[in-house]
Design a protein around this ligand. Structure first.
Ligand code: SF4
Length: 344
């Protein structure tokens, strides 16, 4: 049996940004004993999107006079080339949608515009983007193109453990992503690093149940991957959604904030769909970007730094005037710490 103390706490990483916010909002984070430490992982899609990829969208929109369509949080993320919001204030057309099929609808209703849908997100979002591509092809919406920036969580976990930068005793695994991929894909990576994991839902009861199971595994020094969200997650995941994803996307590599390049960590458009791939249709030079001075988002997404260790936290970087994506995003760790008081 392992023993822990406030000096040597059992460290649980919640991989998913929604868990980060819900653990704060429900007060669970504040109620845990001092021998348990929660740290946040790389599960916020806006936060892990590399500045280079966002800068590319801005350059494409500028160079080719495109209408950019994307999800809400993405438009406020600053880059050295400005943000999509600043582009909009300069008169460019930037549209926010809640669902990828709305991008198809917008492009159909605005045939005179050339539209680019910037698709970000983990496996949770991929089926909806695949459905939008299917819809676009079925309706011949030739003025809509896709810049696909989808990320896969399991290769990021390999990179996270491989980096050796963070001590992790157990993982609270993301319920939404697991609904698509299942609980099984976590087993090889967690078994390699001998770290237990529990797939967990998002209600107060579900999170408490997940943490309880995980702490028992950690204290008893037992490795296992447990699905504590069986009402939504199956071991094999959602086969129908997986088939839809595989119809349009294939595995590729991607740059991640905090990690750099991770092979096989992305789903990219299949070559046969290159005529709707913005990357092919609107080539731009690889932008040279660096993060805002002082911003520690690259460490925050790895769980290697808590937000208050950033010199900008709550000073020049606030919810009203965010400097980095971890403050911009509604799933961002810095936003959660500032919104809910930031206790450990
Ligand atoms: Fe980045 Fe702001 Fe967080 Fe600092 S406080 S790490 S600048 S988002």
């Amino acid at each position: 049996m392992r023993t822990f103390s406030s000096d040597n706490p059992a460290t649980i990483m919640e991989v998913c940004g929604t868990h980060t916010h819900e653990l704060f909002r429900t007060g669970i984070r504040f109620a845990l004993p001092n021998w348990v430490k929660l740290i946040s992982g790389p599960g916020c899609p806006v936060c892990v999107t590399d500045d280079k990829d966002l800068a590319k969208v801005i350059l494409m929109a500028t160079n080719y006079d495109l209408t950019v369509i994307t999800f809400g949080d993405m438009i406020k993320v600053p880059t050295p080339f400005g943000s999509l919001a600043s582009l909009r204030s300069e008169g460019k057309n930037v549209q926010v949608v809640y669902s990828p099929v709305d991008a198809v609808k917008y492009a159909m209703e605005h045939q005179e515009e050339t539209c680019l849908f910037f698709a970000v997100g983990f496996e949770t979002t991929m089926p909806a983007v695949a459905a939008a591509i299917k819809d676009r092809l079925a309706r011949n919406v030739d003025n809509l193109f896709f810049l696909v920036n989808h990320k896969r969580i399991v290769p990021a976990l390999y990179a996270l453990f491989g980096s050796g930068r963070v001590k992790i005793d157990g993982l609270l695994l993301p319920g939404h992503v697991s609904a698509i991929i299942g609980s099984k894909p976590y087993e090889p990576v967690l078994s390699k690093y001998d770290v237990p994991g529990v797939v967990t839902g998002f209600s107060k009861d579900q999170m408490l149940r997940g943490i309880n199971i995980l702490l028992k595994l950690i204290v008893n020094d037992k490795f296992d991957v447990i699905n504590a969200y069986p009402e939504v997650v199956r071991e094999e995941g959602n086969k129908k959604a997986q088939a839809l994803i595989e119809s349009y996307f294939e595995v590729g590599g991607a740059f991640w904030r905090g990690f750099g390049f991770i092979p096989d960590s992305a789903m990219v458009l299949k070559k046969e769909f290159s005529d709707l791939d913005a990357e092919t249709q609107f080539p731009v030079e690889e932008p040279n970007v660096s993060p805002p001075p002082g911003c520690r988002c690259a460490d925050v997404v790895l769980g290697a730094a808590d937000p208050p260790s950033c010199p900008l936290f709550g000073k020049t970087c606030t919810l009203q005037n965010p400097v980095g994506p971890c403050m911009v995003s509604s799933e961002g760790t810095c936003a959660a710490w500032l919104r809910y008081g930031g206790a450990t």
